[in-house]
Design a protein around this ligand. Structure first.
Ligand SMILES: C[S@@+](CC[C@H](N)C(=O)[O-])C[C@H]1O[C@@H](n2cnc3c(N)ncnc32)[C@H](O)[C@@H]1O
Length: 280
């Protein structure tokens, strides 16, 4: 099974979890939610708008379809293009911490890279941290469905980064080889003051030699925030860039099956900023 086929199965579950009288009603609700999400992402810097709530099953389907597919591809591309990240992942045992990684994009991107490069005989432990508990269900079956030629251990842990009582006792993820922050800082920018202690904790406690892959909307408020925190913790800048990221694999869209016919292309292009940093 390839990754898109896996995403199709996850989407099937997410679709089945939506309670509606019939498929036409579900599809109409999903299309509305895709539009809503896009409007909400346009308001990420407006403190007047509440943080996005992913507890609704329609919204989760809309997110996985529209954004997870693209973000996973961006993560794969960024890893593939970086000698340092490729080297970091070329080990028998890898631990990754995906912060704000509930929808699975970060994990899928890493898997996509490992599968494409023919990795085998390795063990990948992936801590997925997110405020929304319901994401946990989506990815718990990844290993048994995908059956890659290596071991995957996804560990979903619910935490709200603005509430230290939910994260202070998690210790093991701090020894991860790689931390991913994919479209996470932009999401919590409006609650920056409450969110920052968590990032400070991670940056100060992560082990020497570990790396961070940050990718987000190309807005100076988000990237400056990340850059300032990285600088305070004296992270080594391996790559710092802004530009367009594109996802346009024509063959893969067929694996999205009926959903592609109903909902069209997932997000395909982003004006993005990305950083690859290492702890000295
Ligand atoms: C835009 S999504 C990014 C998801 C994924 N990393 C990606 O690239 O597609 C932002 C994620 O941050 C999570 N999130 C928002 N506020 C949070 C908080 N205070 N603590 C932990 N996670 C939070 C959301 O539930 C959501 O899954």
């Amino acid at each position: 099974m390839n990754l898109m086929q896996l995403i199709k199965l996850v989407l099937d579950d997410a679709y089945a979890a939506i309670v509606a009288p019939d498929d036409a009603t579900k599809d109409a609700q999903i299309k509305v939610e895709m539009t809503n999400l896009s409007a909400e992402y346009g308001n990420l810097t407006s403190k007047a708008c509440a943080p996005i709530d992913y507890s609704n099953a329609v919204k989760r389907f809309a997110y996985i379809y529209k954004y997870t597919v693209a973000h996973a591809d961006y993560i794969m591309q960024l890893i593939k293009a970086s000698n340092e990240l490729r080297e970091l992942l070329d080990k028998r045992s890898i631990e990754v911490a995906c912060l704000g990684g509930g929808p699975g994009s970060d994990l899928l991107g890493i898997l996509k890279f490992l599968i494409q490069t023919g990795a085998k005989d390795l063990s990948l432990k992936c801590y997925i941290f997110d405020k929304e508990r319901a994401w946990g269900d989506s990815w718990s079956d990844v290993a048994s469905l995908l059956k890659p030629p290596f071991q995957i251990y996804p560990v979903f842990q619910q935490m709200d980064i603005t509430d230290a009582t939910t994260w202070a006792s998690y210790q093991k993820f701090l020894r991860a080889d790689l931390f991913t922050l994919s479209y996470f800082l932009s999401e919590v920018w409006k609650i920056k003051d409450a969110a920052e202690p968590f990032f400070e904790h991670c940056l100060s406690q992560m082990k020497s030699g570990s790396m961070i892959l940050f990718v987000d909307n190309n807005d100076s408020r988000f990237r400056d925030w990340f850059d300032a925190m990285s600088k305070r913790h004296k992270l080594v800048v391996i790559e710092s860039a802004e530009g367009e990221l594109c996802f346009s694999n024509d063959e893969e869209k067929d694996d999205l099956g009926v959903y592609f016919r109903k909902f069209g292309w997932p997000k395909r292009k982003s004006d993005a900023a990305w950083r690859i940093m290492a702890k000295g």
